[in-house]
Design a protein around this ligand. Sequence first.
Ligand code: ADP
Ligand code: MG
Length: 457
Amino acid sequence: MSNEELWKAVLGEMELSLSRANFATWFKNTSIVSKDKNLISVSVPNGFIKEWLESKFNKKILQSIRTLNPEIREIKYIVGKPKVELARQDLTKIILDREMEEKTNTDADQDIDKATNLNKRYSFESFVVGSNNELAHAAAQGVTKNLGKLYNPLFLYGGVGLGKTHLLQAIGNKVMTDNKERKILYISTEKFTADMLDSIRNRSIEELKNWYARLDLLMIDDIQFIAGKEKTQEIVFSVFNELYGKNKQIIFSSDRPPKAIPTLEERLRSRFEGGMIADIGLPDFETRLAILKNKCSDKNTPLDDEVLAYIATHIQKNVRELEGALNRIVAFGQIYNKNPELKEVKNILNTYLSAPYKKTSPQTILKSVADFYSISMNDLLKRSRKKEVVRPRQIAMFLLREETKLSFPEIGQKLGGRDHSTVIHACEKIKNEVSIDEPLKQELVLIKERVYNSFDK
Ligand code: ADP
Ligand code: MG
């Protein structure tokens, strides 16, 4: 393998795990200038990039090189003139190809119906049913057959990337196919709130309400984001009553059950709980395998059963991650123009799973905790003793201790200059509670999901 090919492979892998802008910033105009025995020299355009690659990406680059050249022990970065015209062209092609693929696979704008916000990609046919989502799936199908009559509202909840949006959209698509006249709207809670603020500004809030009132099916995704938003709660309540009174179907999704949404008005909570509530859990091994097989046949890229089983065994967190891992392996196959063998898949997933450069920053943890409990960063960090912030703060301390390398005094420093003994007490307390308190355990899982997912942004 030539230096150029080797570097191309490394870049291919780095590119998969970084945003486009990031990737371009750090890896544009880099190349391998020499390779002898166990040392590789990489040319970089300037000292800033040299420093950055050394401190942030070296481990990952080395890992990636060692999958192909196990004898390499060290990489030296030298500031110098690049000779990369050719490599850059190839790379651009890789990136463009990938972008094309993303366009066809994901929510490219043209695939989304403007009137309903429905994307045809999400159907019941492409949804794999397993024991984790059986009930939610059955409820979703039930709704399509008895719109507004059987389960109203339908409230679906489950962690990130487990198929809530997929199910909502599948319901919408099915109802639409069955009867084109039906008025359907899928909307995220964020968009709902933004539209509402617009209408308030333009003094047309009644118009907006009427616009929702004409619907036969309203689906609001990620309703947990309604927490702390009083005005949105008020409008959702009013739209809900209007539609419900006319036997029109309403569906919500959320990352947690209604009772775990903080600062939710009681009257809304009882509406959410008044119909059918179904949860989606983590898929078991069989379901994960079935999903992978499905995606492979969608993509027209057969992978060995052994390979699929390996992925299904090692990626368990959620379906989105399962898809992400599969995409990487498929991309690898495309770059090298061959079907990846188990050995290679292991390597790809190893780097993917350990992701050493994805360091959890204290800031991300604090932000995730504040967002989750709908309190401001200011309240979390300052000395306030309000009950609603004391507990989130203890949880933040616990997570900082678990997920970062910060010492007790450092954690105390970050959270309003508290004494290390306070931190120790908080960590012990939460640790003890987690072992006996299932809802708390779930909350921590959800917060951590937010922390991990924020890396992808
Ligand atoms: P959520 O809204 O719960 O965060 P999504 O519905 O966006 O999750 O699902 C994440 C990805 O996983 C989507 O691409 C979706 O199509 C896919 N997915 C989730 N569950 C399933 C399933 N049971 N069968 C097939 N694909 C699934
Ligand atoms: Mg979703």
